[in-house]
Design a protein around this ligand. Structure first.
Ligand code: SAM
Length: 139
């Protein structure tokens, strides 16, 4: 297999200290979080501006990586599903995907709205949202 090691590019500072503090999805909160991009990756921020919609990919470091099937939100009244059919944090590679609003960008510090990651969560990538590419069924 090729080398698939992931290098964190930054870290989240968030008001959510423990799992129970965070909403299930970022869009359920108006709380602001900060993402500090490590200086060696700061050049990759060129072109981002306040007001942009961006996808944040985190490495959910406190997630259980051994679980392949679960109930949504741990609710046993709901059907069990494979984690590839769910947005659960538990999965073999705990990569999360959240669409957030970039509220402010100052050098290598991003302030974002709508991120549900816990304080200290590693960030592994950022990509811009694209109406052209991200709306299903659109040519
Ligand atoms: C249901 S997941 C959704 C994540 C992302 N929006 C997605 O769809 O990939 C969000 C939950 O993950 C949990 N979580 C947040 N940061 C985490 C971390 N660093 N490690 C483990 N779990 C985390 C919180 O309980 C939060 O409510």
């Amino acid at each position: 297999m090729p080398d698939t090691r992931i290098v964190p590019v930054g870290v989240v500072s968030s008001p959510f200290k423990e799992r129970g503090d965070a909403p299930r999805q970022g869009r359920l909160t108006d709380e602001l979080s900060k993402i500090t991009i490590f200086p060696e990756f700061a050049d990759a921020l060129l072109g981002l501006s306040a007001g942009d919609d961006i996808f944040i990919f985190c490495w959910f470091d406190r997630a259980d990586r051994s679980i392949l099937q679960t109930h949504i939100g741990g609710d046993e009244s709901r059907p069990i599903k494979g984690v590839f059919a769910l947005r659960s944090p538990v999965r073999p590679n705990p990569i999360s995907l959240t669409l957030v609003k970039l509220v402010q960008i100052e050098r290598n510090i991003l302030t974002v709205k709508g991120l549900e990651a816990l304080d200290g969560t590693p960030v592994v990538d950022i990509k811009p949202y694209s109406e052209q590419f991200d709306i299903p069924g659109k040519e």
